[in-house]
Design a binder for this molecule. Structure first.
Ligand code: TXA
Ligand code: MG
Length: 343
């Protein structure tokens, strides 16, 4: 584990970054911070290296990876037929939490990265350590979130170590990530861009640049096969069953009381505004309701905290489905396996 201060200048020359870059060039895997969540990086041009990502995470091999770059020239080595709309999104949101699915260029990166698809997902992260590492390695890096498959994505180096210590060559600890949820994935390989995964860049922000944006129907209607293969798996799930509750705090408290009377240990996921108002075995505030970005920032950490608290069941408040709230509710629904209680 290397600890690196992201505010240092000239990071690509730092010994820790150089060492991690050498390890990547030797086709080993290294975890590093980005502005969204920690990623598990490997040389995207090597089958051997990319295989190690799937092995360490226990990730199904039909789930393709995002390629991370630090310079625009790297994009044209990986993707082709890039539309004007895609170029506009890139110039507005890169570096940043937006992943574009584009037509793949032949013989550029390992087939394992794209799981046999003819498209490739690419992003330029907005994090000095991530950018310095990619530049120092001088390689495009395939990098999924650095968690065990099915667990919440890591927002602290400690989360990576909890999941992957002993299975990977190293972790660069750059402190807490920023957004706290993964990047938005937008498919720009067709006429109209389609959001495959809501994330750090909101639908409203995207529409300002490209007018009409569609949302993969599988995100809205249950039972449809999502176009981002990764969206079909259960994800982000804490050990205890999680229920999203659409209702007042009095209603939520009554659910808690009912379970406690049966001897069940109950957790409540709330916000700072209401933290003091519940009586349960574990009440954890996830940011402030007046600042949904703070909720996004803490969500995965809070889901992991519930695992340490040994509750048997968790009730979560629900959040408005707009702006970053769309990504929050998407992740909460996946963590809850779509279990919803309406008042
Ligand atoms: O914020 C992020 O995007 C983080 C950081 C580390 O950059 N990475 C991340 O990667 O979340 P991962 O592997 O956990 O999620 C990648 C998502 C999956 O849902 C995958 O199915 C989808 O992107 N994806 C990748 N390539 C695709 C493609 N060619 N077509 C459609 N979906 C694709
Ligand atoms: Mg992931």
């Amino acid at each position: 584990q290397w600890i690196v201060d992201k505010y240092e200048v000239g990071l690509e020359a730092y010994p820790q970054i150089k060492e991690a870059a050498r390890i990547l060039q030797a086709n080993q895997v290294v975890a590093f911070p980005t502005e969204t969540v920690y990623g598990l990086g490997a040389n995207a041009t090597s089958n051997e290296a990319v295989n190690k990502i799937f092995e360490a995470k226990g990730r199904p091999s039909d789930n393709p990876l995002i390629v991370h770059i630090s310079r625009l020239e790297q994009l044209d080595m990986i993707a082709q037929d890039i539309s004007d709309i895609a170029r506009q999104l890139i110039s507005k949101f890169w570096p940043g939490p937006l992943t574009l699915v584009l037509k793949k260029k032949d013989n550029s990166i390992s087939e394992k990265v794209t799981a046999g698809l003819n498209t490739v997902a690419v992003r330029m992260p907005d994090h000095p350590i991530a950018l310095a590492l990619i530049t120092a390695a001088n390689l495009p890096l395939a990098a999924p979130s650095a968690n065990l498959s099915g667990k919440p994505s890591p927002t602290l180096a400690k989360h990576v170590a909890d999941d992957l210590a002993g299975k990977i060559a190293g972790i660069i600890d750059g402190g807490a990530t920023g957004v706290g949820l993964e990047s938005t994935v937008i498919d720009c390989s067709g006429e109209i861009p389609v959001i495959l995964r809501p994330g750090g860049v909101t639908k409203e922000q995207l529409e300002e640049i490209c007018g009409k944006v569609e949302i993969d129907q599988a995100l809205v209607t249950e039972g449809q096969a999502p176009r981002a293969p990764g969206m079909k798996y259960t994800h982000y799930a804490p050990k205890a069953p999680l229920y999203i509750v659409n209702g007042s705090k009095i209603f939520i408290q009554s659910l808690v009381n009912e379970k406690q009377e049966q001897g069940i240990k109950v957790g409540v996921l709330t916000t700072t505004e209401r933290e003091q108002e519940y009586a349960a075995d574990e009440v954890i505030a996830c940011g402030s309701r007046n600042d949904l970005e703070s909720v996004a920032n803490r969500l995965y950490e809070v889901l992991r905290l519930f695992d340490e608290s040994k509750v048997d069941i968790i009730f979560s408040e629900s959040f408005p489905n707009e702006g970053i709230g769309e990504a929050i509710m998407n992740r909460l629904h996946k963590a809850a396996g779509h279990q919803l209680i309406n008042e």
